[in-house]
Write a protein that binds this ligand. Structure first.
Ligand code: SDX
Length: 428
């Protein structure tokens, strides 16, 4: 990386700090020596101007609406690739040969089965438990079942646990859905694709042959691609921070799932569809636009806005096209799609959204597709977590295999009381 200098004058001291450049994107000012040289910290709650790491996995240009995975544009991957191929790319850095893809897919396929004891674990939950609560618990519990792949210093262990996590998430997700609807768990079918197997485990029943609809399988696989990774978002940063302490990969991914659940992050797909259902018909849109603009109203348009994208989220573009494909394949329509299209049109013509550069994000249209395929809204974030697991695992591996990585330990601006003596209870 090329180096030049930034200088900072603080408290009468002038400090020179190196500027580092990546291959593309903003340069960074290396402030690691700042505290030692000035006794001061930088201050950046929400990390709006902070790069937390080096990474070669995903690049986002928020102003241009660009998303690259190992250099490949998301639009090209969504059109030409598969989730298994994108998973290989994220993990290994290059597109696989035919043989490499076949070997990788076979390895993942043969890890899809869960330890049978985990089925009992599900039965400890209430049937109406939110599937994200179930997924958090079950993934965290995996470390209790797969002790033979938790030595994070061993690249072989890291590879096995990575494959196990990617492979078992569809089974865990499908079982969470089956448990919630009181239907029997369906075991993995190794004859099917990764995504076809997931659809069968979710919607198949023992009494009937389940036929995977190719157009739905393709749409679902594309949705997984669109959710696979996204730079240092909140849940990926959570996984990295948990991993920096040396926690086992199953615990780190469970932490990422917990973070993703929030409505400001991965929970927005569930919130966006619930919002569209609450709006109902296009004539009610303006009322909700007005609420979203009202500083005194906490309501926000769910599925709109993004910390990085100040242009159209390229994933939302593909998602909107996929709605039409799924509707055609299933010969269904959903009036909420028209409401969503109209909401987007009205919002994007409103100066408030234009000035704040608020565009639809990946979560705005995904719920309409998932609902048409048959998923309840409570499963939407589970599907996001299923797909994002490969990104979390790739980012975790990148961090753990960096010999220079340290435990993440931010500091603070302290605003509490100065030192004071304890007052005995009798004197209070
Ligand atoms: C994901 O980081 C990632 O990459 C995440 C993700 C991934 O793949 O991992 O892309 C997935 O999480 C997508 C985002 C899903 N979340 C939502 O759709 C929830 C609704 N959107 C927001 O709450 C919000 O836009 C965030 C959380 C996504 C981004 O928030 P920021 O960057 O912290 O921006 P902000 O909250 O400071 O908002 C800036 C301004 C504010 O107004 P002012 O205080 O400047 O007057 O824009 C307003 C906000 O009030 N604003 C919105 C809005 N989003 C921001 N106003 C109305 N509706 C919205 N959706």
């Amino acid at each position: 990386m090329s180096e030049n200098q930034a200088s900072l004058t603080a408290g009468g001291n002038s400090v020179d700090m190196p500027i580092k450049s990546g291959t593309i994107g903003p340069d960074v000012i290396d402030i690691r020596k700042l505290y030692g040289q000035t006794g001061m910290f930088t201050y950046d709650p929400g990390f709006t101007s902070t790069a937390s790491c080096d990474s070669a996995i995903t690049y986002i240009d928020g102003d241009e609406g660009v998303l690259l995975h190992r250099g490949y544009p998301i639009g090209q991957l969504a059109e030409h690739s598969s989730f298994m191929e994108v998973s290989y790319l994220l993990l290994n850095g290059e597109l696989p040969s035919q043989q490499e893809l076949a070997d990788f897919t076979r390895t993942i396929t043969r890890h899809t089965m869960l330890h049978e004891q985990l089925a009992t674990f599900y039965r400890g939950f209430r049937r109406d438990a939110h599937p994200m609560a179930v997924m958090c618990g079950v993934v965290g519990a995996l470390s209790a079942f797969y002790h033979d792949s938790t030595d994070i210093a061993d690249p072989v262990h890291r590879k096995i646990s990575s494959h196990r996590l990617i492979a078992k998430m569809p089974t865990i997700a499908a079982m969470a859905y089956k448990y919630s609807v009181g239907q029997p768990f369906i075991y993995p079918d190794n004859k099917l694709s990764y995504t076809g197997n997931f659809l069968k485990m979710t919607f198949g029943v023992p009494a009937e042959e389940y036929e995977v609809i190719p157009a739905v399988e393709k749409a679902m696989d594309r949705i997984f691609i669109l959710h696979a990774d996204h730079e240092q978002n909140a849940s990926t940063s959570t996984v990295r921070l948990a991993g920096s302490s040396g926690a086992n990969p199953f615990a780190c991914i469970a932490a990422g799932i917990a973070c993703l659940w929030g409505p400001a992050h991965g929970g927005a797909n569930e919130a966006a569809l619930n919002m569209l259902k609450e709006i109902g018909t296009p004539d009610r849109i303006q009322h909700y636009i007005d609420r979203a603009k009202d500083k005194n109203d906490p309501f926000r348009l769910m599925g709109f806005g993004h910390r990085v994208y100040k242009n159209y989220d390229p994933r939302a573009t593909v998602m909107q096209q996929t709605v039409r494909e799924v509707f055609d394949a299933l010969k269904v329509n959903d009036p909420l799609f028209e409401t969503a299209l109209r909401l987007e049109e009205i919002a994007l013509s409103d100066p408030y959204f234009a000035e704040k550069k608020l565009f639809p994000n990946v979560d705005f249209y995904s719920g309409i597709i998932l609902s048409a395929i048959g998923f309840p809204t409570t499963m939407f974030t589970v599907l996001f977590a299923l797909a994002r697991t490969v990104g979390w695992v790739a980012q975790w591996n990148e961090m753990i295999s960096d010999p220079g990585q340290k435990i993440g330990r931010p500091r603070q601006l302290y605003t509490g009381p100065t030192a004071r003596d304890y007052v005995p209870l009798s004197d209070r």
